[in-house]
Design a binder for this molecule. Structure first.
Ligand code: B12
Ligand code: SF4
Length: 470
């Protein structure tokens, strides 16, 4: 890493982080992105805090640039939001500001780097970003032959795309500093990630390809981060890890630390789990640490579809995981995907039947969308050579417009798929109503009755006292 204390030209570097937010889904507007917080924490660990001013853009980009006057705008975008990244970079360039873009889309399709984007960061961002900042400190721009020495980036030279060698990953997760959350903001309902990468290869997901190797934080690292969140007001914490149950021993250790610290009494947790990893020991640990809700990508009630989407898991394992959690009093939300290329209507209805007969509390159904970096994307692009000029927002699977969305079912027409989707959505809504009612009955009604009883007693006491004094 170059020593930036030696550079003379610049005294302060202002970096504006711009996350291309999806305003369509409510959940996204509720949770702040962590990538700016990770990049800022790592840069500060390397170079100290005096040289940089970081800001997370929470308002309109013109306003942010005019008020903060950054030298660099760092843009992060997933594939369905890449149109916005292009526009954001174009605006930054109009102000003469340099730009870096990172995230899963540019990492998978570096040829998407536009004129407005000076550099693209491929894969894990911390080290490349820090080196790019050091380069900028030295040269004041991102052009120049030295860029070639920075691993894991892409840029254009004389119009030609130059991709530098792959950057090795940071070796252990604990070497990554905790994200600088004060940059993006703390929340009452917050989330954390305790690993990067996944040992599985589901056909619709880009995680294992993107992160290459699975790395996990040590239990004490996890505890430190949970402590930080609770000290800053978190009451509900989600583990956004792909599956918290992959290593039962590690989960047990995390659970024990949480209990020893008394955090299980102060915080409610939720997490993702892979059904084939949910066993009695894992459930026991989840229960002890106060996990109230587990999300599982169950994907399908039809084994043939499940094999195509997921692999290494059976419909029986999905059922077993659900009932193990149910028996422990933990709520479950199953995620399902319909519209795989060769899935028939009858097979889709097997999933409907599965959900209806399962013990799940909630079910969320999505239509399969081929996202760059996944096997489904490879499959689709082999048949459709569309990458040039594709409107990336068509990869949002929540617009439900058969003329616009990219549907890859070869067996069921888009209109029919939407009809089925609506049927699933109705089922989800009715499950949600029932689950909420159960919750009200189990938790709220006795409490409300108890409170009413106390106020009635107080009222009665006052009344009789008044009578006696009259
Ligand atoms: C948590 C999460 C969410 C949260 C996000 C909360 C938030 N406000 O950001 C919620 C649930 C809201 C969500 C929503 C969506 N998500 Co999401 N999500 C994830 C998940 C599980 C973790 C993301 C994360 O924080 N990782 C940790 C950080 C540190 O990693 P990172 O973001 O990749 O950043 C690193 C590098 O990419 C790089 N980097 C990233 N940006 C930048 C920018 C610069 C300038 C630089 C230098 C480097 C850099 O450096 C970072 C540190 O190493 C990933 C899967 C995964 N395990 O990665 C999916 C994932 C990112 N999501 C995905 C998708 C599709 C979506 C949605 C479109 C879903 C939908 N249909 O609504 C929306 C879009 C949201 C959006 N605008 O980004 C896909 C993206 C695939 C693709 N090819 O685009 C992923 C990969 C999952 C998958 N199916 O494969 N998501
Ligand atoms: S869907 Fe989950 S289990 Fe499958 S590869 Fe992605 S992160 Fe791993």
């Amino acid at each position: 890493m170059p020593d930036i204390s030696m550079t003379k030209k610049m005294t302060e570097l202002r970096v504006l982080f711009a996350h291309m937010q999806d305003n369509l889904s409510g959940v996204e507007t509720r949770f702040h992105p962590l990538w700016p917080a990770y990049l800022a924490a790592f840069a500060e660990q390397q170079f100290g805090t005096e040289k940089f001013k970081f800001r997370f853009a929470s308002k309109e980009i013109h306003y942010e640039i005019e008020s903060f006057k950054p030298q660099i705008v760092a843009i992060g975008a997933v594939s369905p939001k890449f149109n916005d990244a292009i526009e954001c970079a174009r605006i930054a360039k109009r102000y003469g500001v340099s730009t870096i873009v990172g995230g899963v889309h540019i990492s998978t399709l570096p040829e998407c780097l536009t004129e407005g984007m000076d550099v693209g960061c491929i894969g894990e961002g911390e080290q490349s970003f820090a080196e790019l900042l050091a380069h900028f400190f030295e040269h004041g721009v991102f052009r120049g032959s030295q860029l070639a020495d920075i691993k894991g980036i892409v840029y254009r030279k004389n119009g030609e795309l130059v991709k530098t060698p792959i950057r090795p990953l940071i070796q252990t997760f604990d070497q990554i500093p905790h994200p600088k959350r004060s940059l993006v903001g703390y929340l009452r309902h917050d989330y954390l990630l305790t690993g990067r990468g996944c040992p599985y290869k589901c056909s619709f997901c880009s995680c294992s390809r993107f992160w290459r190797k699975a790395r996990y934080a040590s239990p004490s690292y996890v505890l430190e981060e949970i402590r930080e969140l609770t000290e800053n007001g978190a009451k509900i914490i989600r583990f956004e890890d792909d599956s918290l149950t992959t290593n039962t021993r590690r989960l047990q250790e995390i659970s024990n630390l949480i209990v020893a610290d008394g955090l299980d009494r102060r915080v409610q947790f939720s997490c993702w789990a892979r059904a084939n990893e949910v066993n009695a020991e894992a459930v026991d640990s989840l229960k002890k640490m106060n996990v109230r809700l587990v999300w599982m990508g169950l994907e399908s009630g039809c084994q043939r579809t499940l094999d195509y989407l997921k692999g290494h898991v059976t419909v029986e394992q999905n059922l077993r995981a659900t009932s193990l959690l149910k028996d422990a009093g933990i709520q479950t939300n199953g995620f399902f995907i319909i519209g795989s290329p060769s899935e028939t209507e009858e097979e889709i209805m097997q999933t409907y039947k599965f959900i209806r007969e399962s013990q799940l509390d909630f079910a969320t159904v999505n239509i399969l969308t081929p996202l760059p970096g996944t096997a489904t994307w490879d499959h689709w692009t082999e048949k459709n050579s569309i990458v040039d000029g594709l409107d990336w927002s068509r990869l949002f699977s929540i617009r439900f417009d058969p003329r616009f969305d990219i549907i890859i079912s070869e067996e069921v027409s888009p209109a029919e798929l939407y009809r089925l989707y609506r049927k699933f959505a109705m089922l989800s809504r009715s499950m949600k109503r029932k689950a909420n009612f159960r919750k009200l009955r189990q938790l709220e009604l006795p409490r409300i009755a108890h409170e009413l009883l106390i106020s009635f007693r107080l009222f009665y006491k006052k009344l009789t006292v008044r009578h006696r004094t009259l």
